[in-house]
Design a binder for this molecule. Structure first.
Ligand code: IMP
Length: 181
């Protein structure tokens, strides 16, 4: 499989501006409180690091790692927690941070799981949202950019664990052509 980065969708400067705007909005909404920011590994780590450093409210951080049950690249909807939170969230203001909402299956299931632990509030912030790909209804509370149905990498997002390090969000095209030809 040959993978080619074909286009920069959001350059790092535009991402930086939007992350600061989101942080401003979140800081106003959580004024006087100390939210627990929950990052979904691995994709959210760069976005979350930038976001929390632009907040004007104190926060704590924790992480979850999720996996979908079953093989294949198509999400089955059965989400398992691979690495759970280290902290109890009972009575906490929890803000989940995710790289991208696609079918909505991952976040709707995670929200369902975490709600049972009775946080004081539970919201979701996603850098990117591919709304037209939804298989279940899901609306994030904060969204960086709505994007069309294209596969993107960079700024933490990967393809087979590659391309996370790219500073911009880029479009990735794959073709069945062999790389070594
Ligand atoms: P959902 O359950 O379909 O909403 O899955 C969301 C997850 O799919 C994200 O956390 C990403 O890991 C992955 N994903 C969906 N679209 C993309 C993309 O364009 N680039 C990289 N990862 C993606």
């Amino acid at each position: 499989m040959k993978e080619t980065v074909t286009e920069i969708l959001f350059p790092k400067e535009a991402i930086g501006r939007r992350v600061r705007e989101l942080a401003g909005q979140i800081s106003r909404d959580y004024e006087g409180r100390e939210p627990l920011i929950v990052g979904i590994l691995n994709g959210a780590f760069i976005f979350m690091a930038d976001l929390i450093r632009a907040l004007n409210v104190p926060c704590r951080v924790d992480f979850v790692r999720l996996s979908s049950y079953g093989a294949g690249s198509v999400s089955s909807g059965e989400i398992l927690i691979g690495k759970d939170l280290e902290m109890p969230i009972l009575g906490c203001d929890v803000l989940i941070v995710e790289d991208i909402v696609d079918t909505g299956l991952t976040l709707s299931r995670l929200v369902e799981i975490l709600r049972k632990r009775q946080p004081a509030s539970l919201k979701v912030c996603a850098l990117l949202d591919k709304q037209e790909r939804r298989r279940v209804p899901f609306t994030a509370d904060y969204v960086g950019f709505f994007i069309p149905d294209r596969f993107v990498v960079g700024y933490g997002l990967d393809y087979n664990e590659k391309f996370r390090f790219l500073p911009d969000v880029c479009v990735l095209e794959t073709s069945s052509e062999r790389e070594d030809i």
